[in-house]
Design a protein around this ligand. Structure first.
Ligand SMILES: [Zn+2]
Length: 501
């Protein structure tokens, strides 16, 4: 059975302020039944609704335990019209009627309803005023470096706005994309739903990102922790406050409309773990996700941080060179023990294996890959042994280029000497010619640089190494590979080797 609630509040004991006991007495006269509870906050001001008994009462309202709330005066709820309107909103949502003894304010009566509407209109006005203040404050902040450039988050597009006579941009929700955003949040808010489930859901419904690619877990994660989507209200303010973020706007500006930006002091740090050193600022655009859902999702995300499993790096002479042909991350060797048979080594994509990244790389037998690469290196060297005979020509080439540079220098000098005697017409010619010559000198220097920095690999020595490959230590193999190969991208379709020689 539902109860009636009497709420009393007194900030300080003063002779002219009515005591909580008297307030309760007045309110009790308005009671309809006998089943009631008194909620009392003594020593709390009405500047916000952050009071223990009040919060307890609101919880009971949400839990459906209360059918009516009675106060001595409206300002017992809050001195802020906005707070008051928000509280009334909650009352209406849970069918709680509300009476105030002094103002004869009873939402069950027609006049009470009319008054309520007036209060709501004033609250809306205040909301808009605050929003304007947020926009103005944001503009002055953007001049101090809080410019909102960069990639436009999924769900938004840019629109032009004018703040203080300055034309700038602000995000505005895209209908289709914000529907996706809402879906993502409402899915992930369910306790049993994982990031992977969200990815699967989007895949199944053929929902792709802006590039037309499927969403992956890390993108979804980044999206969920980004406060750009939240309708920032007081709970967002206290959430970020307790996480240690610096908050630019005053608490009362968090009215549940604007999105927010989180700036990190150190841009290389991910904006997830601790938020100290981070700055939160209200943005001029409207958020799309209710704060309770957003906090739920973000908190869940933080608790589910995928910690890379310690992976026993198996020694492979391709370490550092071998990359996943699908996503570009390193391949790692993993050993699978087998009964009665020798172990098998596989190459797995580290991104997929360790961080459950979105990559389609399966696995490749390490022995096959190693043998293939060994073969490729032998082939490369046999073709190179012919090329390497040209080595002396490199030196000749450098000499020839250097003498050309000398000629250019001489001509420049000769021209400079003529300058003092030259007519205007001739000056024009001299200037042109000097520019030309300087460019030519630059080109020649660049060619010398290229020649001199051609890889100087002792192919003879490496060929010998390859001939006794199986007797080499792992680290010797690594250095041989490092002499020859820049990178190897492996996939089911084969190898793509970038050579250093
Ligand atoms: Zn991969």
């Amino acid at each position: 059975m539902k109860i009636e609630a009497i709420y009393t509040r007194q900030s300080v004991d003063r002779i002219d302020s009515i005591s909580v006991e008297s307030q309760a007495e007045y309110c009790a006269r308005e009671l309809i039944g006998n089943n009631y509870k008194i909620y009392t906050d003594k020593g709390y001001s009405g500047k916000n609704t952050d009071r223990p008994a009040f919060q307890q009462m609101m919880q009971d309202v949400v839990a459906g335990r209360i059918e009516r709330v009675i106060v001595y005066r409206l300002d017992r709820i809050s001195r802020s019209v906005l707070d008051f309107a928000n509280v009334i909103d909650v009352f209406q949502k849970y069918s709680v009627s509300f009476s105030s003894t002094m103002e004869k304010f009873d939402t069950a009566s027609p006049i009470g309803k009319a008054m309520l509407m007036i209060v709501m209109i004033f609250a809306q006005l205040e909301r808009e005023t605050i929003q304007q203040r947020v926009i103005d404050a944001y503009a002055s902040r953007s001049k101090r470096g809080f410019y909102m450039g960069g990639r436009i988050p999924y769900g938004f597009t840019l629109k032009e706005i004018t703040i203080d006579g300055i034309r700038t941009h602000c995000y505005t929700p895209l209908e289709v994309e914000s529907t996706v955003i809402r879906q993502i949040f409402s899915l992930y808010a369910q306790p049993q739903v994982s990031l992977g489930d969200v990815v699967d859901y989007l895949k199944a419904h053929n929902i792709k990102n802006r590039k037309g690619e499927p969403f992956n877990r890390s993108r979804i994660r980044d999206l969920i922790v980004n406060p750009v989507y939240v309708k920032s209200d007081y709970s967002i303010y206290s959430f970020f406050k307790t996480q240690g973020a610096e908050i630019i706007n005053p608490a009362e500006d968090f009215i549940g409309t604007n999105g927010a930006y989180l700036y990190s002091g150190d841009s290389t740090k991910r904006k997830t773990v601790s938020l100290s050193g981070h700055t939160l600022v209200l943005a001029p655009h409207e958020g799309v996700i209710d704060s309770d859902i957003w906090i739920q999702c973000r908190t869940k995300c933080l608790h589910n941080q995928s910690v890379a499993k310690p992976m026993k790096a198996h020694r492979t002479w391709l370490a550092g060179k071998l990359k996943c042909g699908c996503c570009g991350h390193a391949l790692v060797a993993k050993v699978q023990p087998r009964k009665h048979k020798p172990d098998v080594r596989y190459y797995l994509c580290s991104y997929k294996y360790a961080t459950k990244g979105d990559c389609t790389f399966g696995s490749l037998r390490a022995d096959d890959i190693d043998a293939l690469i060994y073969e490729e290196m032998r082939n490369k060297l046999s073709e190179f042994s012919v090329l390497s005979k040209k080595q002396p020509e490199t030196n000749q080439g450098v000499c020839r280029l250097q003498s050309q540079i000398k000629e250019v220098d001489q001509e420049i000098q000769a021209l400079v000497q003529q300058v003092s005697l030259a007519s205007a017409e001739l000056m024009k010619y001299i200037n042109l010619r000097i520019t030309e010559l300087e460019q030519r000198k630059k080109d020649l220097c660049a060619r010398i640089y290229d020649l001199e920095h051609q890889p100087q690999v002792d192919t003879q020595e490496i060929t010998e190494y390859l001939q006794c490959w199986d007797q080499l230590s792992n680290s010797d193999k690594v250095s041989v590979v490092d002499c020859l190969i820049e990178s190897i991208y492996a996939s089911k379709n084969g190898l793509k080797i970038t050579w250093k020689i």
